[in-house]
Design a binder for this molecule. Structure first.
Ligand SMILES: Cc1ncc(COP(=O)(O)O)c(C=O)c1O
Length: 393
C-alpha cells in the first residue's frame, strides 16, 4: 500500500450519511432495552425494504455475505455443486459459494456495465455442458452439477437480467442476485434483487443504506423465506425450549442496527437522487478529457450510481491514483480478479478476457452522498491538472 493511502483524507471515498431519524430510533432501542434481534425494528426494517423493492418477503441478517450463504442454501445449492459467479466482483459471493461447499465457475464481464457477460454465459452453458441421466446440468470439463448463477450488479449498475433469467429458467438453474451494491437500481422498471429467484442486499458502512453492518435476503418464495429465517436464527423449532432441527447460524440482525436501517430507508430516494446528480456533475466537469471515461447507465436501466468508476489509459492509472491520493483525495482500485487470487486460481474459469483489462484501467472516485459541489470540483481539478501535466510532457 502506498504511504499516501494510509493517512486520513480531505475527501474520503465513501462515508455514510447519518442525518435523519437514526439517533431517535437508536435511542428508543437503548431506552427500552430492545437491542437484540427480538426487537420491533428488525421487522420494520424488513417491511420497509421489501415493500420498497416489491418483494413478498425480506429476512434481515448481520451482513450481506451471510445472506448470500443462506440464499445459496435455500436455493438448493449442495456441496460439490458449481455456481457461476463473475470474475469481477467483491469477493463475498465467491466466498459464500465455498461456505456451502460448492465451487465457483468464473465468468467474464461485459465491457460497459462490468456485470456478468450474458453472451459468454450462454455460450458456456450451452456448449460446455451436458445432461446427466437424472436431468442435472453437468459441466463437461469438471463433471460437476451446475446449480445456480449469481449475477452481481457491479457498482450499482444493473446486469442484463432478462436474457440471463430466461436462460437459467430454460436450463433449470437458480438465479441468486447479488444486489449488495444496487439498492434502488432498476432494470426495465423492476428493482434489482427481485429479478431472480432470491436477492441479497448489504448495509455495510459504504453502502447507500447502512446499518454499520447488515444484510437482507428478499424472495417471493414463502418457503424459502421461512427457511432463510429458520437457518439464520439457529434453526430453532421452539421459542421456549432449546430445540433445533438443523445446523443453523446465528445470523439475525440486531434491533439496534435495524433501527439505523429504518431511518436510512426513509431517505433512500433522496440519496439516489444526490448520487445521480453528483455523477452528472463529475461527468460535466471531466467532459473535456476525452480519454477519461466515467462508467454510466446501460439502456433500460436506472442506476443508483453507488460508485463512480473512471476508466483511463492503462499507462496513466497508477500515476493518476497516486496524484489524487497525495492531494488528500481517496480513490481505490477496483477489485483484483477473483480467478487470480491464490485460493481461487485453480478453480474453473471460462474465457475471461475483459476483466483483466478493466482492472488495469479503472478506479473509483469519492462518492459519498454528502460530497459537496466544491469537493467534486476539487477532485476534477486535480484530475485536470494531472491530464495537463501529461499532455504537456
Ligand atoms: C458485490 C457485493 N457482494 C456482497 C457484499 C457483502 O456484503 P457485506 O459486506 O454486508 O457482507 C458486498 C459488500 O460488502 C458487495 O459489494
Amino acid at each position: 500500500m502506498p504511504d499516501s493511502v494510509k493517512g486520513s483524507f480531505d475527501i474520503p471515498l465513501s462515508v455514510p450519511e447519518i442525518a435523519g431519524n437514526e439517533w431517535d430510533y437508536v435511542k428508543e432501542c437503548l431506552d427500552t432495552g430492545w437491542v437484540s434481534s427480538a426487537g420491533g425494528y428488525v421487522t420494520r426494517f424488513e417491511e420497509a425494504l421489501r415493500t420498497y423493492v416489491g418483494a413478498d418477503h425480506g429476512v434481515a441478517m448481520v451482513n450481506g455475505t451471510c445472506a448470500l450463504q443462506i440464499a445459496l442454501l435455500v436455493a438448493g445449492v449442495e456441496p460439490g455443486d458449481e455456481v457461476v459467479v463473475p470474475a469481477l466482483t467483491f469477493i463475498a459471493p465467491v466466498n459464500a459459494v465455498r461456505y456451502v461447499g460448492a465451487f465457483p465457475v468464473f465468468m467474464d464481464c461485459d465491457q460497459t456495465s462490468l456485470c456478468l457477460d450474458v453472451e459468454k454465459l450462454t455460450e458456456f452453458l450451452t456448449t460446455r455442458t451436458r445432461r446427466a441421466g437424472n436431468g442435472d446440468l453437468l459441466n463437461r470439463d469438471t463433471g460437476r452439477r451446475i446449480r445456480a448463477v449469481v449475477p452481481v450488479h457491479v457498482f450499482g449498475h444493473p446486469a442484463e437480467m432478462d436474457p440471463l433469467v430466461k436462460l437459467c429458467r430454460e436450463l433449470g438453474l437458480k438465479v441468486i442476485e447479488d444486489a449488495a451494491e444496487s439498492l434502488g437500481s432498476t432494470y426495465r422498471g423492476h428493482q434489482t434483487g427481485t429479478l431472480g429467484d432470491v436477492g441479497v442486499f448489504s448495509f455495510n458502512g459504504n453502502k447507500l443504506v447502512t446499518t454499520g453492518g447488515g444484510g437482507m435476503l428478499v424472495t417471493n418464495e414463502p418457503s424459502w423465506a421461512d427457511l432463510a429465517k429458520h437457518l439464520s436464527t439457529q434453526a430453532k423449532t421452539d421459542p421456549f425450549s432449546y430445540d433445533h432441527d438443523r445446523v443453523g447460524f446465528n445470523y439475525r440482525l440486531p434491533n439496534v442496527l435495524a433501527a439505523l436501517g429504518v431511518a436510512q430507508m426513509e431517505r433512500l430516494d433522496e440519496f439516489i437522487e444526490i448520487k445521480r446528480r453528483n455523477l452528472a456533475s463529475y461527468r460535466e466537469a471531466l467532459r473535456s478529457i476525452e480519454t477519461f471515461v466515467l462508467l454510466g447507465e446501460a439502456p433500460e436501466t436506472r442506476s443508483n450510481c453507488w460508485f463512480y468508476t473512471l476508466q483511463v489509459p492503462e499507462r496513466s492509472r497508477e500515476a493518476l491514483m497516486d496524484h489524487l491520493l497525495k492531494a488528500g483525495i481517496q480513490v481505490r482500485p477496483i477489485w483484483r480478479p477473483m480467478h487470480e487470487l491464490p485460493m481461487y486460481e485453480h478453480e474453473y474459469s471460462y474465457r475471461i478476457e475483459v476483466v483483466p483489462r478493466a482492472v488495469r484501467t479503472m478506479f473509483n472516485l469519492p462518492c459519498s452522498v454528502g460530497l459537496s459541489h466544491a469537493d467534486i470540483q476539487a477532485v476534477c481539478g486535480c484530475i485536470q491538472e494531472f491530464w495537463e501535466m501529461g499532455a504537456s510532457r
